[in-house]
Design a protein around this ligand. Structure first.
Ligand SMILES: N[C@@H](CCC(=O)N[C@@H](CS)C(=O)NCC(=O)O)C(=O)O
Length: 260
């Protein structure tokens, strides 16, 4: 691990309010101990009082999937600690991070003693645990799952690839750019059609399907795609942004680690 990354992993920068508490309290357990213990979340009451030491989100401000998880916690009004993972320094590929996320990606979410990865799976875990933004029946839950799979299959890939190209993180030629642009617009057309029938994506209420899709559409302008030709999608985006607890990536994710 690079020296600076090692330092950051050991002693993250902590905001003033957090500095009162010792770091050890929020420090996650090593993977071996984690595996041996029963998940605290499973033993805890499903929707008990808020425990501000329960969740730690590992991620990076510019990361859409990290934002999606932070957004869910913000909408659920559940406080969380945050560890900045420095992707530029390759911190996400170091052994001490790989025990948290085997895929070497952000985000990861520590819930009690267990690390959860893959933003869509994390959303499902949170909806299930916090009893918020979930389906009420098995049919609804399944419908939500369908949208979350669809979103990563058809929407997130082209939008995030185009955004990465625009930011100079990925390089590909016009032929590939046009292919992703066409795919993103085809996905928008599917959403547009669905949102003509219902105010929210998967059920009559906002659910994690909306959170997941918003976590991609938030960045669509950065992929140089204009959503004004999709009025239902545009109206849904505004409705979503009016939900209590909504925040932008900059409002929800700090630049540096923050321990509660
Ligand atoms: N499907 C994953 C995608 C996560 C992802 O692509 N994360 C990016 C940052 S936005 C990352 O960690 N990239 C580094 C890498 O893949 O090596 C999720 O939803 O969590």
């Amino acid at each position: 691990m690079a020296k600076t990354a090692k330092k950051a992993a050991k002693k993250p920068e902590v905001k003033k309010a957090a500095a009162k508490k010792p770091l050890a309290k929020a420090k996650p357990m090593p993977a071996k101990k984690v595996a041996a213990k029963k998940p605290a979340a499973a033993a805890a009451p499903q929707s008990g009082p808020v425990n501000k030491e329960r969740f730690t989100l590992y991620g990076m401000l510019g990361s859409g999937p990290t934002y999606t998880v932070g957004l869910m916690l913000s909408l659920a009004k559940y406080p969380f600690s945050y560890f900045h993972v420095n992707l530029r320094e390759g911190q996400h590929k170091q052994p001490d991070y790989l025990v948290k996320n085997r895929y070497g990606q952000v985000p990861a979410l520590r819930d009690g003693q267990v690390y959860y990865v893959q933003s869509a799976a994390i959303l499902q875990h949170l909806a299930d645990e916090l009893k918020k933004f979930d389906g009420k029946t098995e049919v609804e839950k399944n419908r939500i799952r369908e949208w979350l799979f669809w979103q990563w299959d058809k929407l997130a890939v082209p939008v995030f690839r185009l955004r990465a190209r625009a930011r100079g993180i990925r390089q590909f030629g016009d032929e590939v750019r046009i292919m992703y642009d066409t795919e993103a617009k085809a996905a928008l057309a599917v959403l547009e059609n669905e949102l003509a029938k219902s105010e929210w994506i998967a059920t009559r209420r906002p659910t994690i399907a909306d959170v997941g899709v918003y976590g991609v559409l938030r960045y669509i302008a950065e992929a140089n795609i204009d959503i004004t030709p999709y009025p239902n999608v545009s109206a849904w985006k505004k409705r979503f942004e009016a939900l209590p607890g909504f925040g932008t990536p900059e409002q929800i994710l700090p630049m540096e680690s923050r321990l509660l």
